[in-house]
Design a binder for this molecule. Structure first.
Ligand SMILES: [Zn+2]
Length: 265
């Protein structure tokens, strides 16, 4: 079995402030080490459950958070940004049997996790066919476009719950939940234990987690800054809806991913 792990840092155990996710801050190191621990826990459990080949994509910031020297023999770690629009999913293709997400977080505009966002902090929210678009949603449609099931997600309570809404059979591990500016963090001991258990359960349940790709996509970005909205309204295929909002429609998933990789950055 060949599995792909896409990892972020905001949804990892304890992480509750933007500064903790930035490399140049002293508090960052602990969080990066925790991200490595969580990815390792999922890799080890996946290996025990029969994954003999695991590719991990470091998906946060400049994609150099996970410690490459801690990865086991059966893991290939993809560090750095290729520039390909698949971004956090770069390296995935139809030869994989399953996708697992580690350290994911609530979408832009979601008030249940203090550092919720989608890809960057530039949008108030993004909608895809009317639903608030998280990185989970974006990346899962990329997986669906290759026919690869999405079987597991760890992260804050809000993203776990949207993942289960979208893929009812997905296994999730909650690491925290937020109220206003505060974050209620589940212990590292508990999270690591559940990561192992739920990863194993997820890999027994792969075929139930196949997601269908819609036939048409309506992608809408509401920006925080109207000047950014104005500028990005000139992206090919994009139309201005109002002062803060642009929209595009397409039948081609790669068009959405490519537009997203330009217009919110
Ligand atoms: Zn991130």
């Amino acid at each position: 079995m060949k599995v792909f792990i896409s990892a972020d840092i905001e949804g990892c155990c304890g992480v509750s402030f933007v500064a903790e996710t930035h490399k140049d801050e002293a508090v960052y190191q602990t969080c990066a080490e925790q991200m490595t621990e969580e990815v390792l826990a999922v890799c080890q459990a996946a290996h025990e459950a029969g994954a003999d080949e695991i590719v991990v994509k470091d998906g946060h910031g400049d994609a150099s958070n996970i410690d490459p020297l801690k990865m086991p023999a059966y893991v290939t770690l993809i560090r750095g940004k290729s520039g390909h629009p698949y971004n956090m999913m770069f390296g995935l293709d139809s030869s994989f049997d399953a996708v697992l997400y580690v350290g994911y977080h609530a979408a832009a505009g979601n008030p249940e996790f203090v550092i919720s966002h989608t890809s960057t902090g530039n949008s108030q929210y993004i909608r895809l066919n009317g639903a608030y678009m998280s990185e989970f949603l974006l990346n899962s449609y990329t997986a669906a476009s290759m026919g690869v099931p999405v079987v597991f997600l760890s992260g804050d309570r809000a993203i776990c719950s949207s993942a289960r809404d979208m893929v009812p059979a997905i296994k999730t591990v909650e690491t925290k939940y937020g109220i206003g500016g505060s974050t209620f963090c589940i212990s590292q001991e508990q999270v690591l234990k559940e990561l192992g258990e739920q990863t194993k359960a997820a890999l027994k349940n792969v075929s139930a987690c196949q997601l269908m790709l819609p036939e048409i996509f309506e992608y809408e970005v509401a920006y925080k800054d109207w000047k950014k909205a104005y500028q990005m309204s000139f992206y090919p295929g994009m139309e201005s809806v109002d002062t803060f909002t642009n929209r595009m429609q397409t039948k081609n998933w790669l068009d959405v991913v490519t537009a997203h990789s330009f217009v919110v950055y």
